[in-house]
Design a protein. Structure first.
Length: 349
């Protein structure tokens, strides 16, 4: 959301900007011209199609069996690593690059004027060759988003004892979070021409994303929930401040200096906002989620003490039907809270 094409006054010579720009590598290719950007686009297109086709071929050919060929095993390991990097960690940068193809001055379409690209102003979005590139981009975005969705759903693990730190426990919340992130990328990459309408939509999206992370707690690992909740609060903070910046631009004698002060204020304000988000996740976990598990513990202890002996206890609760007598969960949310609460590792595992 710290897009250098927006009204932020970003010092591009800072080492921090140079480091972050590699994550959203669109910033590196934009300055090299339209031909270079299109070349990078078709490189990503070829990589996405080849990797997807190879994965489908391997899945159909092996049909769930383990390969014996050492080179096939290495190919599968390489594809798994490639999918993890580009569809698991770096997908925001790739999707941002692809969506930038649609960043056109769309309001002019209603006025009957030529619709030019916001960054490459010499390109007419509704004329060749850019129109052909956009049609290809639609197809590639669908394929890429489908791959990212499969990767996210694949990270959902119904086993609460999993050692995967990034495993999530709730498919519904995981999919909603991913869809909101994708929508946020589209809004910030392809709709710059909408002005304040874009800002309002971004605020609504980030607010719902924050709500999902704060209330959903989709991951088993408490630290991961804290981190993502803090980041979602920071995104909402940036969205609100930028909307205020856009609304007040042109009302000061020195807009450049005003924008510079707002930008630095956002950067320094990130730290307390991140801490606030993490603290909110901590409070939610220890004041709402974990206390919800107390009735189960109490029911278990009462049932245990009511048993005449260890033998009677084991015999009485030796089947799932009899275990239901201990406690009946209210809903799936309480089950997920209990799964996170029980994840205490000791020397026995």
């Amino acid at each position: 959301m710290f897009n250098p094409t927006w009204s932020w006054r970003i010092q591009k010579n800072y080492w921090a900007y140079k480091a972050i720009s590699w994550l959203l590598f669109k910033m590196l290719w934009m300055t090299s011209g339209y031909v270079t950007y299109i070349s990078g686009f078709y490189m990503l297109t070829a990589m996405t199609l080849i990797s997807s086709a190879t994965i489908v071929w391997i899945a159909v050919a092996l049909k769930g069996t383990t390969p014996d060929n050492i080179w096939l095993k290495r190919l599968i390991s390489g594809l798994q690593l490639l999918s993890l990097v580009f569809c698991g960690f770096w997908w925001v940068g790739m999707m941002d690059y692809l969506c930038y193809m649609f960043d056109c001055d769309w309001p002019k379409l209603a006025a009957g004027k030529p619709v030019h690209h916001m960054g490459f102003t010499e390109q007419n979005c509704l004329a060749l060759p850019h129109l052909a590139h956009m049609l290809v981009a639609v197809f590639i975005l669908l394929v890429f988003c489908w791959n990212v969705m499969l990767m996210a759903v694949g990270s959902v693990d119904m086993n609460p004892m999993t050692r995967n730190r990034l495993a999530s426990s709730d498919t519904d919340t995981t999919v909603r979070i991913l869809l909101m992130k994708m929508l946020l990328v589209i809004l910030t990459s392809a709709l710059d021409s909408l002005g304040l309408t874009q800002d309002v939509l971004v605020i609504i999206t980030t607010f719902y994303l924050m709500h999902l992370h704060s209330g959903g707690m989709a991951f088993y690992e408490f630290a991961v929930n804290m981190a993502w909740t803090a980041v979602s609060w920071a995104l909402l903070f940036v969205a609100i401040i930028y909307a205020g910046l856009e609304f007040t631009m042109g009302q000061h004698t020195d807009d450049a200096n005003y924008s510079q002060r707002i930008t630095m204020g956002v950067l320094y304000g990130m730290v307390p906002i991140l801490l606030w988000g993490a603290f909110g996740a901590y409070c939610h976990e220890y004041m709402i989620s974990r206390p919800a598990c107390k009735p189960l513990r109490q029911a278990y202890e009462e049932r245990k003490h009511a048993a005449a002996s260890a033998t009677a206890w084991d015999a009485e609760l030796d089947t799932p039907e009899k275990l239901r007598k201990v406690y009946k969960f209210r809903d799936i949310r309480q089950v997920l809270n209990f799964c996170r609460d029980m994840r205490k590792w000791d020397e026995d595992g």
